[in-house]
Design a protein around this ligand. Structure first.
Ligand code: PGA
Length: 259
């Protein structure tokens, strides 16, 4: 595969020419994690970008007999007020797109319930569970047009725990596009925090489409800045960014890129 790449000791940026290439590199990270540690903890997010990766993971799983039962999965966001069986539950989407097809019981997933009676207790329990498991091996995230990851919106601090957040209006509008027009998308969510994310041993950040180009340029080449949440991911022990050509269009390649 011929790719444009940028590397530092802890950060790798890969520009994929096609969706298939983007998904193939994402799959590579997923499989590598499980090869190194069959009982790895892998955190999953939702969205259009990751949907392609999950399709590729399903196809990979269907081709082989890999037993994923030792692996442990984390669902990193949920809407406030939404239970797991609600049609717009983000965990429900992950169960349908990833966990059920991989033969992983949803009951074993680490997640925050959006309709928990005590939301503060819910995110504290989530962070404590992740810590007890020794942290996350691979966090899979995708960048928002405003630079967010998960529901960590611009202005978030680098030590932010998992918590309840008010979504940026642009995030609510973007998320509304997933659902029929009569569905009211919640304006608050529970999200895995920046702190737990940065403690992961490897973060995989995906970006597809021209609407992500400015956010990716800031994440990769701008200052590490709380107004560009994905730039904070550069503080992690290992970060892999896979962007398609449109999302990478504003990266300044001078001297940094090789084929
Ligand atoms: P998308 O969502 O993959 O659907 O573009 C990413 C995000 O906005 O978090």
């Amino acid at each position: 595969m011929s790719l444009r790449q940028m590397r530092s000791p802890t950060i790798q940026v890969i520009v994929a020419r096609t969706d298939e290439e983007l998904c193939a590199w994402g799959l590579h990270c997923f499989v590598e994690t499980l090869q190194q540690r069959p009982d790895a903890v892998i955190s999953l997010t939702t969205g259009r970008t990751t949907a392609g990766l999950y399709r590729t993971v399903r196809e990979w799983h269907a081709r082989g007999q890999t037993n994923l039962s030792p692996a442990r999965f984390v669902s990193s966001e949920e809407y406030v007020g939404i239970g797991a069986d609600d049609p717009i539950s983000l965990f429900g989407w992950l169960r349908h797109e990833v966990l059920d097809p991989l033969g992983v019981s949803g009951y074993s997933a680490i997640r925050m319930s959006g309709n928990a009676a005590d939301l503060g207790n819910e995110w504290r329990r989530f962070d404590a569970t992740i810590e007890q498991m020794g942290g996350v091996d691979l966090v899979i995230q995708s960048i928002g047009a405003n630079g967010h990851f998960g529901f960590n919106e611009p202005g978030v601090t680098r030590d932010a725990p998992s918590r309840v957040v008010t979504l940026a209006p642009s995030t609510v509008r973007s998320n509304a596009a997933y659902w029929p027009p009569d569905i009211q998308v919640p304006t608050r969510g529970l999200t895995m925090g920046v702190d737990a994310t940065l403690r992961a041993r490897h973060i995989l950040l995906l970006a597809a489409g021209a609407t992500k180009a400015e956010a990716i340029a800031r994440a990769v080449q701008g200052p590490i800045d709380e107004d560009a949440p994905c730039s904070l991911l550069r503080l992690a022990p290992r970060l892999t960014i896979i962007a398609d050509e449109a999302a990478a269009a504003r990266l300044d390649g001078a001297g940094n890129w090789h084929t």
